[in-house]
Design a protein around this ligand. Structure first.
Ligand SMILES: C[S@@+](CC[C@H](N)C(=O)[O-])C[C@H]1O[C@@H](n2cnc3c(N)ncnc32)[C@H](O)[C@@H]1O
Length: 261
């Protein structure tokens, strides 16, 4: 697996722990299996305040994006950098959903080996792709229809791309997005990134960061014809019964194309 893809195992570790809680915000039974299949490559596990706030954010965002995808109202769903996301298997999708998972080839090959006996709850296509190349052709060759509304998710991705690659990725997404399409991703949080860059417990992740979008997410989206809505971490977490102990400036952005949501 490429070094950057081991971050997907870090997410699986956090999701496996959350799934053991009786009051878990989601149940991801595959997360523990991914970790068990590659124990030497799973990053994280330290219990520093910063790594715990990273895990907290990952849990809230997982549930937030679960809800976003299930209420987006699109039958076509694209997970950009799906990593070891098992939403195709664990969410109660409406009938007729086609879901596309894109990520680097090695992480998807690993994922397929672990999920070999599992049954997706929607029509699922796996599309090996590198977002620094022409990934749109691979997506369309696998049946994606740009004329239909799509719910896009770029979870935990943009920071691993340079500003140019992040801009190019979202520009391509925009050209593939029919009216009423939706998109969601994290709003960058510079102060958190600066702290993490200087923290030994977060080094495994932060050493791979390349900056992501070089302007605020909502501004980028507005400039490209999307209607963004910001979601601060605090109120989102509180709405799930997990109020923040310390204020945070991070959050998420969702946006729609053309529609007034
Ligand atoms: C932190 S993980 C997030 C995975 C998943 N979205 C989740 O939340 O569980 C980051 C993912 O980005 C993928 N990634 C990073 N750079 C990429 C690129 N240039 N093309 C495709 N995928 C990439 C990695 O392979 C990894 O799976």
């Amino acid at each position: 697996m490429d070094e950057v893809s081991t971050t997907a195992l870090g997410m699986a570790r956090v999701r496996a722990a959350e799934s053991e809680r009786p009051d878990g915000l989601f149940d991801d039974p595959w997360a523990a299996r991914f970790c068990a299949a590659a124990p030497d490559q799973v990053p994280g596990g330290e219990r520093t305040p910063l790594s715990m706030s990273f895990a907290f954010h990952a849990i809230i965002r997982t549930r937030f994006y679960d809800d976003y995808l299930l209420t987006a109202g699109c039958r076509q769903v694209v997970l950009l950098a799906a990593g070891l996301d098992s939403r195709a298997y664990r969410l109660d999708w409406p009938a007729g959903v086609s879901l596309y998972e894109l990520d680097l080839p090695k992480v998807l090959a690993f994922k397929e080996s672990v999920l070999a006996d599992a049954e997706p709850r929607c029509t699922r296509a796996v599309v090996p792709a590198d977002f620094r190349t022409d990934w749109a052709k691979a997506l369309q060759d696998n049946g994606f229809r740009p004329q239909e509304p799509t719910a896009w998710l770029a979870e935990g991705l943009l920071i691993y791309l340079t500003p140019q690659d992040a801009d190019r990725l979202l520009t391509t997404v925009t050209t593939l997005s029919a009216q009423s399409s939706r998109i969601a991703f994290e709003r960058g949080d510079r102060s958190y990134q600066d702290q993490a860059t200087n923290s030994p417990s977060m080094q495994r992740y932060s050493a791979l960061w390349k900056g992501g979008l070089d302007r605020p997410a909502s501004q980028w989206l507005t400039d490209h014809g999307w209607r963004p809505t910001e979601h601060d971490l605090g109120p989102v977490a509180a709405s799930y019964g997990r109020p923040l102990r310390k204020e945070a400036s991070s959050g998420f952005v969702t946006a729609s194309r053309g529609a007034s949501r």
